[in-house]
Design a protein around this ligand. Structure first.
Ligand code: NI
Length: 247
């Protein structure tokens, strides 16, 4: 259930029986020679909406631009500074908390967001803890990376083995081709499986990973794989949401 497609009266009624909301968060950044710049936001949004339908939870608008400074040497990539993202998440959570939401379940599509989103949760908790009125309900936030569920880990191992890698992965590319089949394309890539390793700033990243991929062979992706990945991720994340939100 998308928040944007509901009325305020609907939300008021919803809050009488539930206080959880799903917030997809992604990134807008290069995903190798064939992957879409929107991959991380599109995948988080697809899975977030699927989970929201399955569990009957509201889904907030997707946060489309994340912490992706290391991709800025590739055209089209965008970032917000960690401090900006911390403030953005804090403001969005506090807006919803004002109405009575208390459980904020972030579905994440981008590894580079993890440290900053976690820091934002600490900022929110600190602010609540320092308020004088202490008898308001506790806020809880959690971040889940869709690609880390048990079902997805074993599926990506089965489909791609050591060619999954960690950026422009065949799993995420397959998922976008399932959701947006008109964008599918394949290109020869050299080496077939991209190098692995670390990076610091944007220039360093492009020097180490000239075509943008890390450790992956996205040419293994198919839209049929994408459908299996979508269904597995939605089932796993929905189960996790229901267990977490009732705690
Ligand atoms: Ni990605």
């Amino acid at each position: 259930m998308q928040l944007q497609l509901k009325t305020w009266q609907f939300v008021e009624e919803y809050l009488k029986s539930r206080t959880g909301i799903i917030i997809p968060i992604g990134s807008t950044e290069q995903h190798g020679p064939t992957g879409l710049i929107g991959t991380d936001a599109l995948t988080a949004e697809m899975i977030g909406r699927g989970v929201g339908e399955k569990v009957g939870a509201l889904v907030a608008p997707t946060i489309p631009v994340g912490m992706a400074q290391h991709h800025l040497a590739f055209p089209g990539s965008m970032t917000v500074r960690p401090s900006t993202l911390i403030a953005l998440i804090r403001d969005q959570v506090m807006s919803l908390a004002r109405h009575g939401f208390t459980r904020f379940y972030f579905i994440n599509g981008h590894g580079g967001n993890v440290a900053t989103v976690t820091a934002s949760f600490s900022e929110i908790y600190a602010e609540r803890s320092m308020e004088r009125l202490s008898n308001q309900p506790s806020i809880k936030c959690v971040l889940r990376n869709w690609w880390e569920s048990a079902g997805i880990k074993s599926l990506s191992r089965e489909l791609y083995g050591n060619a999954e890698g960690s950026h422009a992965t065949p799993s995420e590319v397959a998922l976008t081709w399932y959701g947006y089949p008109q964008t599918m394309q394949q290109k020869p890539m050299e080496p077939r499986i991209a190098p692995t390793g670390g990076f610091a700033d944007a220039e360093d990243y492009r020097r180490n990973f000239p075509d943008g991929r890390i450790g992956s062979d996205p040419n293994l992706a198919t839209p049929e794989h994408g459908k299996r990945i979508y269904e597995t991720a939605v089932a796993d994340v929905a189960r996790d949401y229901e267990a977490w939100v009732s705690r």
